[in-house]
Ligand binder design. Structure first.
Ligand SMILES: C[S@@+](CC[C@H](N)C(=O)[O-])C[C@H]1O[C@@H](n2cnc3c(N)ncnc32)[C@H](O)[C@@H]1O
Length: 272
């Protein structure tokens, strides 16, 4: 099938729309990525080309298609216990707390929920051995409706749980058989602690937190410098003093006005 033409003005317009809506920043090297992700959708809708699709994106009555474009253009790669040293730190820090007070965690760009469920498995273990009380919750948010629907179902290809210990797999997961062979479902005793919701990090929010721990991992890479700073400062308003803040270790120095103390690569503490 011939490639659908994608003019520079159409590329710039779509970049502008996605920057405004979701903070996603595309330089010229991303033109073919956008083309490959949107062209099949444009064909499926029976449209003549990108210009017609832009008209839909600009039409405020077409919110569902706008969400579809956001879903197609976001990159959602994730897996269980990604960056294991962050989970080791979390276990040490929470284990060192003297109280069994309620604990609140936010996975702020949760994608399919792997990060939130990994944290829930860790906290469930800590509750079992009496290191934390029973009152702990994890809020997992993302801009993509598609990943949130899938996250709530909590069914994954087994490979995504490759870093989950056999013991945790036995206690917290159900293995599919028959047509579900090769799939794993996270069990209700983990799922009941995790709540999912849609949240755009690039827009102001209120009424969240305060959290003891916030994960904001592997999402800032899609934003430009100004948006990164704005998002980090906004997210940090929801972190308790003394709370832990995680970024992807590949994301470099944390760009923000809020003072933060480095703890280990990609991990920071908000001063008391
Ligand atoms: C690569 S995943 C990171 C998942 C997980 N935190 C991890 O480190 O494995 C990035 C996620 O950020 C989400 N995202 C992108 N822009 C966003 C925005 N403006 N607000 C909220 N989430 C956003 C994407 O939908 C995607 O699911």
């Amino acid at each position: 099938m011939a490639t659908m033409p994608f003019s520079d003005p159409a590329f710039r317009k779509i970049s502008e729309i996605m920057y405004e809506a979701a903070g996603l920043s595309y330089n010229d090297s991303k033109k073919s990525l956008i083309q490959s992700r949107l062209a099949p959708r444009i064909q499926r809708l029976g449209l003549a080309g990108f210009e017609d699709y832009i008209a839909i994106l600009e039409d405020e009555t077409q919110a569902a298609e706008f969400q579809m474009a956001v879903d197609l253009l976001t990159t959602n790669e994730t897996y269980f216990f990604r960056e294991p040293k962050h989970y080791e730190l979390l276990e040490r820090e929470i284990g060192a707390r003297k109280s069994r007070a309620p604990l609140a965690v936010w996975s702020a760009a949760s994608s399919f929920g792997d990060e939130a469920y990994s944290t829930a498995m860790l906290l469930a273990d800590m509750q079992t051995v009496g290191k934390i009380g029973p009152d702990w919750t994890i809020l997992a948010t993302d801009i993509s409706h598609r990943v949130l629907l899938s996250a709530k179902e909590a069914v994954y290809p087994a490979d995504r749980l490759r870093a989950v210990s056999p013991d945790r797999l036995r206690r917290y997961c159900l293995r599919g058989d028959g047509p579900s062979e090769g799939q794993i479902m996270v069990s209700e005793k983990i799922r009941k602690h995790v709540q999912f919701g849609q949240l755009n990090l690039c827009k102001p929010f209120s009424g969240l937190g305060p959290f003891d721990v916030i994960f904001l991992r592997n999402v800032l890479i899609y934003f430009d410098a100004a948006t990164k700073r704005e998002v980090v400062d906004r997210v940090l308003t929801a972190l308790k003093p003394g709370g832990l803040f995680f970024l992807g270790t590949a994301e470099g120095r944390v760009p923000c006005e809020t003072p933060l103390l480095p703890v280990q690569p990609g991990a920071f503490r908000k001063p008391e």
